[in-house]
Design a protein around this ligand. Structure first.
Ligand SMILES: [Zn+2]
Ligand SMILES: [Zn+2]
Length: 344
């Protein structure tokens, strides 16, 4: 995010240093807030807390009333006994925490970003906005918040259920101590899960752009031609759950260090928010695309399918080309020649 506020021209080292420090702090807070908003939008913050604290025993990450214990001070209802019988003790409390926590994080952070850019700096849009002359309609803004909130409830429920399952000793292939496998395995499996996630997202997204699936399902997300952070998780609930399940799948398939998995999730959530923000942002890493890449996906529809890198699009030839024509009814990712369009 751009910071422009230096009234007194600093002539000595100290003020410059403090301005740099201040900018760094603002950058750090903004990165953390954006990542938190992304995690909340998917309802995943609870399960990540458990992964991060898992080395002390998954239940240590939680308030004592949620930890599975046998010294029954709390009263036991029929529901409690039923859930305990299935190894899902306190499922309802996990879900409540997952959903409520997501709402508590999502709205203040999202609301602040929205106010800072789309309200306060609306008339300077040409300085910061990917599509400076166009904004979402009020109707679509409200729709994005509604759909995002509904999906956040779904995500919080799913996340609360998985968190409850893990705390109650359920099966997963995650390991919590970096020494459980050798360092080379941990590094390679981290890179592998990042790439696997990229390929899964690319292909599931590209398949969603097939005419039938696009019209029935994915078009829900493409009604937002000028994306904002609130549109990142505003999609058909089926697609939302599909993406969540695909991203959770590796933890049940091969041994994976919990910290690596959380890192990949946080990375994905941060860039998911940033790429939908509509705010111009350069690529910070050699493999990462800039914000305009996914903004163009919303503007030109069937092109630029990748989320954390444009290399997969480059490999398959689905990066947008300036000399080709794209629109909502030109499917499959390659557009068509501009001359053909004019001839029709
Ligand atoms: Zn799409
Ligand atoms: Zn999108």
């Amino acid at each position: 995010m751009a910071v422009t506020k230096a009234k007194k021209a600093p002539t000595e080292g100290a003020p410059v240093f403090f301005i740099m420090l201040r900018n760094m702090l603002i950058g750090l807070v903004s990165t953390v807030a954006t990542t938190l908003m992304g995690a909340a939008a998917k309802g995943d913050w609870l399960i990540m807390l458990i992964y991060l604290r898992g080395k002390d025993g998954p239940d240590k990450a939680l308030p004592s009333f949620l930890a599975p214990s046998t010294n029954g001070t709390a009263e036991h209802s029929v529901v409690d006994e039923f859930l305990e019988g299935y190894g899902m003790k306190h499922l309802h409390l996990f879900i409540l925490m997952g959903v409520a926590g997501s709402f508590i994080i999502y709205y203040p952070v999202g609301g602040f970003w929205h106010w800072y850019y789309y309200v306060k700096r609306r008339d300077q849009a040409h300085e910061w906005k990917c599509q400076p002359n166009k904004f979402l309609t009020k109707e679509n803004e409200a729709h994005a918040v509604m759909m995002g909130s509904f999906n956040m409830m779904l995500g919080g429920t799913l996340s609360g259920t998985i968190a409850c399952y893990i705390v109650n000793g359920g099966y997963s292939r995650l390991y919590f101590s970096i020494w459980d496998y050798n360092i080379a395995y941990t590094v390679l499996s981290t890179m592998f899960v990042f790439m696997l996630n990229e390929f899964t997202v690319y292909w599931s997204h590209r398949i969603m752009h097939m005419p039938v699936l696009y019209k029935k399902i994915h078009k829900w997300h493409h009604r937002y031609i000028q994306p904002t952070a609130f549109t990142a998780s505003a999609m058909h609930p089926f697609e939302f759950l599909l993406v969540q399940c695909l991203m959770a799948a590796p933890i049940f398939i091969f041994p994976l260090y919990a910290g690596s998995y959380v890192g990949v999730l946080l990375w994905t959530y941060y860039y998911g928010m940033k790429d939908h923000s509509g705010i111009i942002g350069e690529s910070q890493w050699p493999w990462q695309q800039d914000v305009m890449f996914h903004d163009d996906h919303h503007l030109y529809f069937h092109v630029n399918f990748g989320m954390n890198t444009k290399f997969i699009d480059m490999m398959y030839g689905t990066v947008r080309k300036k000399d080709r024509e794209y629109s909502e009814d030109i499917f499959y990712g390659f557009g068509r020649e501009k001359t053909e369009t004019k001839a029709q």
